[in-house]
Structures are given as structure tokens and as C-alpha cells.
Design a binder for this molecule. Structure first.
Ligand code: C2E
Ligand code: CA
Length: 293
């Protein structure tokens, strides 16, 4: 089962004797991990984040290590999947949050002023979905007395791509606590940016939901971002779902050059489309009234 899971979902693998060794090894690690917190075997390393222009330190990313008594130091890749699959991720995640916040709270200036140095904590997909997460974050902040703005929770991009409603609500709840939420490994393989990097295309068509008018009528910042991405990649960006005059002029104002939608034209029969095509192809003076702008 672990071999099949490890190579992607919905697969099977034939059992081989070598797998028994791997399974026993895994079960042993799983059992040992249950005591790792109590026995003080977990440790955080802090990798500095540096402003590239001036070289100043701006924060640290907390990275988990397990000082295994027999195997030596283990990196997170060696045990985090086991922690997730054996239901231990909450307890480990709680330890990481407490430890990272407590350490970050000590990074004050000598004069006691807030240094503004933040700490990034990685939150695994299972931990993000756990009912315990919000309370654990709140408790770590209270316990450490760390200013909430100085805690950045890093979520895998794949987490954001799942189930819109729950994810959006949970992120909003976390941000309401005052902490910052980051997207980790942007452009990883199962993401649009990763895919565009591997497989260049010619056109980006904006989803209607992004083009829909927002309160106040402003263009969604993400639309500007996609247009900018289109310009950078030298591809056309097409807006879909243009339903009002106001939407049209706003899209024009941010440099969106091509659009489609009920305000411009409804879907036409082949005959009507041909008629329109021929009229559009005719020299300007010979076009009839009502041509698509
Ligand atoms: P790493 O320390 O081996 O961590 C690997 C991954 O484990 C992290 O990838 C993160 O997703 C996860 N992880 C670490 N600590 C925790 C934790 O406390 N909780 C949870 N849930 N997950 C955790 P990520 O976030 O991309 O971290 C950066 C990785 O890149 C770290 O590996 C770091 O040591 C490594 N790294 C940093 N700078 C460089 C570099 O210049 N080159 C290379 N090759 N690797 C680098
Ligand atoms: Ca990270």
C-alpha cells in the first residue's frame, strides 16, 4: 500500500519481500515518532531570509529536524508523510508552532523595541485541514506573546488549489488572528505556473469569475496580474463573460485587448456568424450597421 501511495494515487503494486523490510522500518519509525516530542528529539533550525537589495535580515524560516537516537538527524522529508498518515501531524505541528513563536519572541532589539523579524512556519496539508489548527495558532501566539504579524504560515500551493470554500474560509480565519499566510513553492509541478513553465501556450483566457464586477466596480487585482503575466510570456489574454459596458471599459483601461461576452455578442448560428465575418472582412466603408465593435 505504501509503495502504491508513494507513486501516486489509485495504483496497485505487487508485493515483494523487500517491501516487508520497508514496511517494518516504517512502522518502527512511526512508533518512535510518537515519543519524539516527549523525549525532546525534535529541533528547529532557522534559515535566514535576507532583503536582496540591502542585505538586511528580515526573518527566518523554521525547519524541522528529528534527532533520531539511532539514525542520527533526519530531515522532514524522512518523517513528515508518516506524521500525516499516522495522525501525528497535529501534535508535531503544535510543537513547531510553540517552539518557533517562543524563539521568535526573543528576537527583539537590545533596546526592547520590536525588531520586525518574522518567523515562517510550514503548515502541512493535513495540519491545515485539522480542526485544531486555528486554536493551536492562537495558543502559540498567546503563550509566546509574539506579535501576530511576525508569524507567517506557509501553505503548499496544492492546499490552495483544493476545495475553494473551506480553504478560503480557513485562510480568512487565520488572517483574522493577525498572522500572515504565504503560498509556498509557487510554480510547483501541479500548478498553473509550473505547467506554463513546462508547456508554453499561446493564449490565456480569463475565467468569468475573475471578470465579474466586484463591489466598487474595480478590476480584480488578479486580473491585472494575469494580464501582466500574458505580456511577460508574450501571449494574448482574452477576457470572457463581458456582460456590461462598465466591465468593458474597465478591462480596456487595464490593457485587456480581446474579450467575449453577452455585452459584445451572444453566440450566433453558423449562418449569422458567417454573415458577420464577411461584413467584418469587408472594407470599412461597406460594413453594415451593428458590427461588433
Ligand atoms: P528541508 O529543511 O529538508 O525541508 C523540506 C520540506 O519539509 C520543507 O520544504 C517544508 O515543506 C517541510 N518542512 C520543514 N519543516 C517543516 C515543519 O515544521 N512543518 C511542516 N509541516 N513541514 C515542514 P520548503 O518549505 O520548501 O523548505 C525549504 C527547503 O529547502 C528546506 O529543506 C531547506 O533546508 C532547503 N533549502 C534552503 N535553501 C536551499 C538551497 O539554497 N538549496 C537547496 N537545495 N535547498 C535549500
Ligand atoms: Ca516553506
Amino acid at each position: 500500500m505504501y509503495a502504491a501511495k508513494g507513486r501516486g494515487r489509485e495504483r496497485f503494486e505487487l508485493f515483494e519481500p523487500a517491501m516487508e523490510v520497508a514496511v517494518l522500518d516504517r512502522l518502527q519509525l512511526e512508533a518512535e515518532l510518537r515519543h519524539a516530542v516527549d523525549r525532546g528529539q525534535l529541533e528547529l533550525e532557522f534559515q535566514p531570509l535576507v532583503r536582496l537589495t540591502g542585505g538586511e535580515l528580515v526573518g527566518f524560516e523554521a525547519l524541522l529536524r528529528w534527532n533520531h537516537p539511532a539514525r542520527g538527524p533526519l530531515g522532514p522529508d524522512a518523517f513528515l508523510t508518516i506524521a500525516e498518515e499516522s495522525g501525528q501531524i497535529d501534535a508535531i505541528g503544535r510543537w513547531v508552532l510553540d517552539e518557533a513563536c517562543t524563539t521568535a519572541a526573543t528576537w527583539q532589539r537590545a533596546d526592547g523595541r520590536d525588531s520586525g523579524l518574522w518567523v515562517s512556519v510550514n503548515v502541512s496539508p493535513g495540519q491545515f485541514r485539522s480542526p485544531a489548527l486555528v486554536e493551536d495558532v492562537r495558543a502559540a501566539l498567546r503563550w509566546s506573546d509574539l506579535h501576530a504579524r511576525l508569524l507567517l504560515l506557509e501553505l503548499a500551493e496544492s492546499v490552495l488549489l483544493d476545495d475553494e470554500g473551506f480553504v478560503a474560509d480557513r485562510i480568512a480565519t487565520l488572517r483574522d488572528l493577525g498572522v500572515r499566510v504565504g503560498v509556498d513553492d509557487v510554480g510547483a509541478s501541479r500548478s498553473l505556473l509550473g505547467a506554463l513553465h513546462r508547456s508554453p501556450v499561446d493564449v490565456l483566457k480569463l475565467d468569468r469569475s475573475l471578470v465579474r464586477p466586484r463591489p466598487g466596480g474595480e478590476i480584480a487585482p488578479v486580473v491585472r496580474g494575469v494580464l501582466e503575466l500574458g505580456r511577460t510570456l508574450e501571449v494574448d489574454t482574452v477576457a470572457q463573460g463581458v456582460e456590461t459596458d462598465a466591465q468593458l471599459s474597465r478591462l480596456r483601461s487595464v490593457g485587456c485587448e480581446v474579450g467575449q461576452g453577452f455585452f459584445l455578442a451572444r453566440p450566433l448560428t453558423a449562418a449569422a456568424a458567417t454573415k458577420l465575418a464577411l461584413r467584418a472582412a469587408a472594407p470599412v466603408g461597406e460594413r453594415g450597421r451593428g458590427a461588433v465593435a
